[in-house]
Design a protein around this ligand. Structure first.
Ligand SMILES: Cc1ncc(COP(=O)(O)O)c(C=O)c1O
Length: 366
């Protein structure tokens, strides 16, 4: 429409919107089938801790009031967990909400962001929607190539985005790679360490938990959407030096996250047994998934997360398999929008869901 075209900046007109995995209800409606298994969005198949629903019910009594704008109770609980202070913690509507906050706070004019190809598309959209350029370097064996990213830093680079583990490849970079990288990055460049899948990999000896380093130019992002199972409530948190957090707090929308999310997050954080159960189930089921994929002769990338990337070597095969799976009630994630058109991604679900997927996938590839 001509009016909209004249109103909207060119960088918004050119923006390709984020396409999330199809919701179960939409697939049921479109295909007229009841049994739908969604393994497309890396959600927690176990649901949430039993501590969460009562906490939400209690918080419901006050939803006519604005939430605690400082989010102090939850921020304090997170600060205690990481042996830091409230001033080092920020909350947001999902970790994506905080990414938006970071982009609004720090990026302007000719600044550029730098990251890898084949990573979380949400970051690209947030940054580009402000007219900021994102430069990328290629993945190396499905992993972030930190050496090349460090080499690509220019005087315009303001933020470097690292997803560790990476979505959609499930790979991590290790301590040595991270330490060598940080040593090369100028201290005035912000490093955004997106650790959305931290809980799935925190026990790995090679995983460089960015919070153990406490660098002044690193912001760590984590989320309640994955191992804590609160994706629908939109709750994430960031950890960084208090001076960075103080600027983010000026720009943050004052009343996010909402009060139900804050109450749920507090209850979820207290139930670490649920997180352990989630991770243990994921490990068991992931092993079963690897075995089934090997039997089918499919190439996959071993994953440090709750999902697995499968490389088919051909876009048309990916399209055919994802359509056939969808028609039989399984939603997976083709990765064209992530820049990996010959791959798809499967979230690890409950045993019965994984069995259902494996059966349908076997039919589709045979
Ligand atoms: C690497 C990564 N970062 C961030 C997010 C967004 O998480 P949230 O639900 O906390 O916004 C996702 C979601 O899939 C992700 O994979």
């Amino acid at each position: 429409m001509e009016v909209a075209r004249r109103l909207v900046p060119e960088f918004i007109e050119k923006l390709v919107p984020y396409r999330p995995g199809k919701p179960i209800e939409e697939v049921q409606r479109e295909l007229g089938i009841q049994q739908v298994v969604k393994l497309a969005s890396n959600e927690n198949p176990l649901g949430v801790s039993s501590e969460v629903p009562p906490a939400i019910l209690e918080a419901m009594a006050s939803i006519h009031r604005y939430p605690d704008a400082g989010g102090l109770v939850l921020r304090r609980a997170i600060a205690d967990k990481y042996c830091t202070t409230v001033e080092n913690v920020i909350l947001g509507s999902g970790s994506e909400g905080i990414m938006g906050n970071i982009a609004r706070t720090f990026l302007h004019d000719d600044d550029e962001a730098l990251t890898s190809e084949g990573t979380f598309v949400g970051f690209h959209i947030i940054v580009r929607s402000q007219g900021i350029k994102v430069r990328t370097v290629p993945l190396r064996k499905y992993s972030f190539d930190l050496g090349r990213i460090a080499e690509a830093v220019s005087p315009k680079t303001k933020i470097i985005y690292l997803a560790n583990p990476n979505n959609p490849t499930g790979t991590i970079f290790d301590h040595a790679a991270f330490e060598s990288f940080i040593g090369q990055v100028p201290p005035h460049v912000l490093v955004l360490a997106d650790e959305a899948y931290f809980e799935y990999t925190r026990r790995s000896e090679v995983f460089p938990d960015s919070m153990t380093y406490r660098y002044d130019n690193v912001i760590t992002l984590r989320t309640f959407s994955k191992a804590y199972g609160l994706a629908g409530l939109r709750l994430g948190y960031g950890l960084a030096h208090e001076s960075l957090i103080s600027h983010l707090l000026k720009v943050k929308l004052p009343f996010e996250p909402n009060s139900l999310a804050q109450a749920a997050g507090l209850a979820a954080l207290k139930d670490q047994d649920f997180v352990e159960k989630t991770v243990a189930l994921n490990e068991r089921e992931k092993d079963g998934m690897y075995e089934a994929l090997e039997k089918m002769g499919l190439n996959f990338v071993p994953s440090h997360t709750n999902f697995v990337l499968i490389e088919m070597g051909d876009e048309k095969i990916v399209d055919r398999i994802s359509s056939e799976l969808l028609a039989s009630g399984v939603v997976i994630r083709p990765l064209r929008s992530f820049g990996l058109p010959t791959c798809f991604r499967i979230t690890i679900g409950l045993p019965a869901e994984n069995d259902f997927l494996i059966e349908r996938l076997r039919e589709a590839v045979s």
